[in-house]
Design a protein. Structure first.
Length: 406
């Protein structure tokens, strides 16, 4: 009896520990519950976006403009910090009061005040879903960013479904943050892959020969007699020869292409394969856009996710003045250098060995034509500073493991 009474609580405790280690939890929540919450919030936000877009069709331009300004003022008020200053509170309320007065005046002068009321109500619901969506995104991001704590985290493969949920939620937030387009000028936007499959768009992807920054230009030609709006989602450009660099494209791009005309869309990216040369400048067949909407994209997800995390953290650290490098006088060059070196050190493409501080030094020596020991010694402080920034960024982005201090 005594053994049984001791054994039962032990089993319960062991079960709880196993459950916790398999699925990290914070405050009683789990990554699955956070993912479910984000999915629901995304669905609600998309529905609110659709309803607001439909309601806008019956509102004239003047009334819609004032309602949109009121909506923006109320969103700014929603986004005040938890403990705003008295001035912040007053300024936000003054902006709302002014926008409210203008919107009421425009509604009263409208031929269809009921339609304006309906649009205002739809925007209010849209703001409510936006607030819930922001909270859900923050919670899911916390789980994903902290999943490897205490060595009990989930693998990169296991995290991919949650990253997919997060990506959809972020896109939904971007939609509800924007202003509803006028019905008579709005165009349906479709993904690049869909537009190409339908034959609406013919494209050519031309390499710039760069490893970071504008790595390619997407030349789109509209084959139809109407304007086509195309979205190129965050993705990966895949080298077709199996020998050259691939690039993560962390930023979505949207372009409206006039009928029977072309439009060039610059694609800003980061090389994910340190040991390969870039596709040569002007090559229009060396790269292909991976479609995030296909199952095959799963193998590219780690490259995109790593790059997004590194850029986010690097920007935060630079803004807070945490970097002290030879490029501090040129913030963009400093950011590009740290982002590129951190992605290479993380090696999300698993392309050979991850780069090291020694690899960075060799690159610096080559670029500066340093051949003597004296020249190399003079460059060492700068190399140390850059690598410190790389380690700081990589560890905070959870793509690098902290190294023991020597």
């Amino acid at each position: 009896m005594k053994i049984s009474r001791l054994f039962t609580p032990f089993c319960l405790m062991l079960a709880c520990l196993l459950s916790w280690s398999a699925q990290p939890a914070f405050g009683g929540d789990t990554i699955d519950s956070a993912s479910s919450e984000a999915t629901t919030a995304t669905t609600d936000a998309n529905a609110a976006e659709t309803a607001a877009t439909a309601a806008a069709k019956d509102v004239n331009a003047t009334a819609k403009g004032t309602e949109d300004k009121l909506d923006e003022a109320l969103k700014k008020q929603d986004d005040l910090p938890d403990k705003p200053t008295e001035k912040q509170t007053k300024d936000a309320q003054d902006e709302v009061d002014k926008a409210q007065g203008n919107a009421d005046t425009a509604k009263d002068g409208s031929a269809n005040p009921g339609a304006v009321d309906k649009y205002r109500k739809a925007l209010k619901e849209r703001r409510a879903t936006r607030k819930k969506l922001k909270a859900a995104i923050a919670k899911l991001q916390k789980f994903i960013q902290n999943n490897r704590q205490n060595g009990m985290g989930m693998s990169a493969d296991a995290l991919q479904p949650y990253n997919a949920v997060l990506r959809k939620a972020v896109q939904a937030l971007k939609d509800v943050n924007s202003t509803i387009a006028m019905a008579e000028t709005s165009k349906d936007t479709e993904t690049y892959a869909v537009a190409v499959r339908k034959g609406e768009i013919t494209s050519k992807l031309v390499s710039t020969g760069e490893t970071i920054g504008i790595v390619a230009n997407l030349d789109l030609y509209n084959n139809t007699s109407h304007e086509v709006s195309v979205t190129v989602p965050a993705t990966v450009l895949v080298a077709q020869d199996g020998k050259s660099q691939s690039y993560a494209i962390p930023q979505e791009e949207t372009a409206s292409v006039p009928p029977k005309s072309d439009r060039i869309v610059p694609l800003n990216g980061v090389c994910t394969e340190a040991h390969r040369p870039p596709v040569e400048k002007g090559n229009s067949t060396g790269l292909a856009i991976a479609d995030p909407g296909t199952p095959e994209f799963k193998k590219y997800e780690p490259q995109l996710q790593c790059t997004e995390d590194v850029i986010r953290v690097a920007k935060e650290e630079q803004k807070e003045g945490k970097f002290h490098t030879p490029f501090s006088g040129n913030p963009q060059k400093e950011l590009d250098s740290i982002v590129q070196q951190t992605v290479w050190a993380a090696n999300p493409a698993k392309d050979g060995a991850a780069t090291t501080k020694e690899d960075l030094a060799k690159t610096v020596y080559k670029e500066t034509h340093a051949t003597t020991e004296e020249q190399k010694k003079a460059l060492q402080p700068g190399i140390d500073q850059i690598w410190q920034a790389v380690e700081l960024t990589g560890v905070k982005a959870k793509v690098l493991t902290p190294q023991p201090q020597t």
